[in-house]
Design a protein around this ligand. Structure first.
Ligand SMILES: Cc1cc2nc3c(=O)[nH]c(=O)nc-3n(C[C@H](O)[C@H](O)[C@H](O)COP(=O)(O)OP(=O)(O)OC[C@H]3O[C@@H](n4cnc5c(N)ncnc54)[C@H](O)[C@@H]3O)c2cc1C
Ligand code: SF4
Ligand code: SF4
Length: 347
């Protein structure tokens, strides 16, 4: 039996940030991560600096947090571990962990759930041909390939047409996906700038409904427009194979502002996929007695970090789509709410 202050579930940037915020206030933490390492999805976000100039994409924010977490002796990190039960007990919770070595029981005063999200599967937008045509890749694939192979991975001196299609799998009420994923304008515009800067003979077109930009995202958007990146208002209805060996694709679209139906022959299409609830979100919600909202994310209650179950809090993208910086801020708010409630509990 282990007894630790707060149980944090999920070792992505949100869980790690919540754990660090708690230990800053001397509260011991057990941090449970199902994978063999900490970091979650933020670890595959690439650096989008253009010619050495930071684009403030937030991609490197997680490294410092991970190191601080690894150095923090008051965080008991349990990797390759999941929670198999968690029930209210004596003003707190009694839980069981499933580890590589067997099961482990413990108690906690409170629980912070930071179980994150799944990438939108671009195959769900069948008309875009993802998985069938080699010229079509998803946003998370582009992030991962640039992150693993370096910024030169897509360099070419040849003339080339690259198209980004925004909102793929998000803001689609008909498919029951009415939410905005928040991050795909951020990374899409910055990656468009990066590809254009590294290969000046590349012509870049971004198809969008609108662009979510405020604060530091506005600068990237303004610069993109000055750099001859074309923004078309309207999303292609269909993509067809083209070229002698299907190496290109033809995008057909209604250019709302230009007032005409037209087409573009592209060598590379990036589907700007976003964030959706994890496939096991329903099972996780059941385990902790939580509800989910209309979109399937964990439901918050009085504010965006507390839940309907006293003592259980939410951090990061398990509650709603967020950037890395916003996930860190949300996790710190979850930790602050947790500490406030613990202090207000009768002794
Ligand atoms: C294509 C794409 C590109 C992006 N690019 C950017 C960008 O450029 N800049 C930016 O700021 N943000 C970007 N983001 C957003 C960024 O990835 C998220 O903000 C961040 O990963 C959220 O962290 P999280 O901890 O909430 O979730 P996650 O990263 O999903 O972490 C959750 C963790 O919980 C673990 N877990 C899940 N369930 C359990 C369980 N039951 N038990 C134990 N562990 C569990 C998972 O293994 C994982 O490690 C991008 C997102 C996408 C989809
Ligand atoms: S914020 Fe983004 S662009 Fe800037 S250095 Fe970090 S990863 Fe690179
Ligand atoms: S962030 Fe941009 S691309 Fe992503 S769903 Fe929202 S509007 Fe669409």
């Amino acid at each position: 039996m282990t007894s630790h202050g707060v149980l944090v579930i999920g070792g992505g940037i949100a869980g790690v940030s919540a754990a660090l915020a708690l230990t800053e206030r001397d509260v011991p933490v057990t941090l449970v991560e199902r994978d063999a390492q900490l970091g979650g999805q933020a670890s595959s976000v690439c650096c989008k600096a253009v010619a050495g100039r930071c684009q403030q994409c937030g991609g490197c924010l997680y490294a410092g947090q991970l190191q601080a977490c690894a150095d923090q002796t008051r965080i008991d990190i349990q990797l390759t571990t999941t929670v198999t039960s968690c029930n209210p007990s004596e003003g707190g919770f009694r839980y069981t962990l499933c580890t590589l070595d067997g099961s482990l029981e413990g108690t906690a005063s409170a629980v912070i759930l930071a179980t994150g999200f799944d990438h939108v599967n671009a195959r769900t937008k069948g008309a875009f041909g993802y998985g069938l045509l080699p010229a079509i890749i998803s946003g998370d694939e582009l992030e991962r390939r640039l992150s693993e192979a370096g910024q030169a991975a897509f360099d070419t001196d040849e003339p080339r047409q690259v198209a980004f299609i925004q909102c793929v799998g998000s803001r689609d009420e008909q498919a029951g996906r009415g939410w905005c994923s928040q991050v795909c304008c951020r990374y899409g515009v910055r990656l468009a700038r990066l590809l254009k800067a590294r290969s000046p003979n590349t012509v870049v077109t971004v198809f969008r409904m609108d662009i979510q930009h405020c604060g530091r995202d506005s600068q990237a958007f303004d610069l993109a427009q000055k750099e001859d990146i074309t923004f078309v208002t309207g999303l292609p209805a269909q993509i067809q194979r083209a070229g002698a060996h299907n190496e290109q694709v033809l995008l057909q679209y209604d250019d709302i502002h230009a007032g005409q139906y037209t087409s573009l022959l592209a060598d590379l299409v990036v589907l700007s996929t976003g964030i959706q609830p994890r496939a096991d979100a329903a099972a996780t919600a059941d385990l902790f007695g939580l509800e989910r909202n209309a979109f399937g994310f964990m439901a918050s209650a009085a504010d965006d970090v507390r839940t309907a179950v006293p003592g259980i809090y939410l951090a990061g993208c398990c509650q709603a789509p967020r950037s890395i910086a916003d996930s860190i801020a949300h996790a710190r708010r979850a930790a602050a709410a947790c500490l406030q409630d613990l202090q207000e509990q009768p002794a």
